[in-house]
Ligand binder design. Structure first.
Ligand code: C2E
Ligand code: MG
Ligand code: MG
Length: 462
């Protein structure tokens, strides 16, 4: 066995070996305290250094600001460009964060794509805002890859203040994290300062989240059905299935209050599959009973659309209930398609080959360019209700609604207005050439039995 160098025989080693050994020791020291990829202090080191800074701030009655920096959509960089590029991005971002700070500030890599920054020296509001602005700007600057392609990433930043928000470092860390999540929720690429209301919302979300994981197994979801009709003779032209969550204590929870959470926690896949199966089962039953001859609209979430195997489970859902694709209209949003245009277009093409219609939901709120729309392969545009609600008195809403109607006409697409609440809105839309609508003026979304009654009443002669 090779003799181990000990302090006793260390002196006997030749100079070169001694230097190498010292360098290796220094490297081990560095690696135990730093993140090898970015060279920044690792989580443990940062927290230890921060503890000293907090202790001194307490002694001298100073303020500190803790920043939680989280890169937006970093998984996408890894997934689409590979881990090597992901590592290069993290390395560059780390350098840029350091570059935006003073040498006296602390910075560390917290985990994956998350960094922590502690601003020292009694920073005042304006100074904190300035650092945050510099941070966001420098991270966003285009980044040149080895193959000369240029990409750009953004970050969401959460800010918590010592001692204003808390005097406990662990609590401040949670608060900064919560504020960063809030910034992401507001659309990313921005900063949020912690407020106590965020904690309550985060706690609420946590409770809701654990309830949500059980909701599917416990059969707490139901569908409501909202009819879509044609102007003039009020012919039924479609039905939209809208999910509802009957929470055992809170009562009805609206989709806008749980779908974002379900998406974040990847629960939306299971919920979406249940919605599709249930809506199809119901639609096909109504078709076979002769009550319905129109399509059933089902909303998709980004997670369902972009996840692998999407086509397979639409096909399976149709097969399992024995319904043809022509019973179904899937509603997607512009953003879902634009996020991955080639894949999105391929999926839409495959759906149409199965006879399934595709509607672009909430149209006007996204970023579809006209040339892309021409080649997308959708059947229907649904004018978002945020425009419809301001008709016909708001000139901007009128201009947008009119432009969407002209666009649909030009591209030979169907166009339907959602959220029509007044006869005045309906008349204005029809006069502009939008012949179909859905909204409270016609009917609210209803449970299956109520919808059956609604259908029966219409069938009866007046
Ligand atoms: P959406 O697809 O745009 O659905 C239309 C929303 O407008 C529904 O809200 C409906 O109740 C509401 N609405 C209809 N007529 C009127 C009206 O005259 N006035 C007003 N103020 N609102 C009207 P809901 O049911 O709360 O659903 C909200 C959103 O949640 C939906 O917007 C859709 O994006 C999503 N969603 C609903 N069900 C599902 C689902 O099963 N899967 C997925 N992925 N998303 C769903
Ligand atoms: Mg919809
Ligand atoms: Mg909509």
């Amino acid at each position: 066995m090779a003799e181990q160098p000990t302090p006793h025989n260390f002196a006997a080693l030749d100079d070169r070996w001694r230097r190498e050994l010292a360098a290796a020791e220094a490297r081990i020291q560095f690696l135990t305290h730093h993140d090898p990829l970015t060279g920044l202090p690792n989580r443990g080191t940062f927290l230890r250094q921060a503890a000293d800074v907090f202790a001194r701030a307490e002694q001298h009655g100073q303020c500190l600001a803790l920043l939680f920096v989280d890169i937006d959509h970093f998984k996408r960089v890894n997934d689409s460009l590979g881990h090597e590029v992901g590592d290069a991005v993290l390395h560059t971002v780390a350098q840029r964060i350091q570059g935006a700070l003073r040498v006296t500030d602390l910075v560390g890599r917290f985990a994956g794509d998350e960094f922590l920054v502690l601003l020292r020296g009694n920073p005042q509001d304006a100074a904190i805002d300035e650092v945050v602005r510099k941070l966001l700007e420098s991270i966003e600057a285009p980044l040149l890859l080895e193959d000369q392609r240029s990409i750009s990433v953004t970050a969401s930043v959460g800010v918590a203040l010592y001692p204003l928000h808390s005097t406990r470092p662990d609590e401040l860390l949670r608060q900064a994290d919560t504020a960063a999540t809030h910034a992401k929720g507001r659309g990313r690429a921005q900063a949020s300062r912690f407020t106590p209301a965020m904690s309550e919302a985060a706690y609420d979300a946590l409770v809701l989240e654990s309830d949500l994981t059980r909701a599917l197994a416990e059969g707490q979801f139901e569908l409501a059905y909202q009819p879509q009709v044609r102007w003039g003779d009020q012919t039924l032209v479609g039905v939209e299935a809208l999910v509802r969550w009957r929470h055992p204590e809170r009562g009805w929870v609206r989709p806008d209050d749980f779908i974002p959470l379900a998406e974040q926690r990847r629960l939306m896949l299971g919920i979406g599959q249940w919605v599709l199966a249930e809506a199809l089962r119901q639609a096909w039953r109504w078709h076979q009973q002769g009550w319905l001859s129109v399509r059933m609209g089902v909303n998709l979430s980004a997670m369902q659309f972009q996840g692998g195997g999407f086509m397979a489970w639409v096909e399976r859902a149709l097969m399992e209930c024995g319904a043809p694709g022509s019973v179904l209209e899937l509603e997607v949003t512009e953003r879902m398609i634009m996020d991955d245009l080639p894949d999105g277009r391929a999926s839409l093409g495959a759906l149409r080959r199965m006879g399934v219609h595709v509607a672009l939901d909430d149209f006007g709120t996204g970023t579809t360019s006209l040339s892309q729309l021409r080649h997308l392969g959708v059947d229907r545009l649904k004018i978002d209700r945020s425009f419809v609600q301001d008709l016909p008195h708001d000139t901007a809403a009128c201009a947008i609604a009119e432009a969407i109607i002209r666009l649909a006409q030009g591209l030979h697409l169907e166009v339907l207005a959602e959220g029509v609440e007044t006869a005045e809105q309906w008349a204005w839309l029809a006069a502009q050439g939008c012949p179909m609508a859905q909204g409270h003026l016609i009917a609210q979304p209803m449970p299956a039995e109520a919808f059956e009654q609604w259908l029966q009443q219409r069938a009866r002669p007046a």
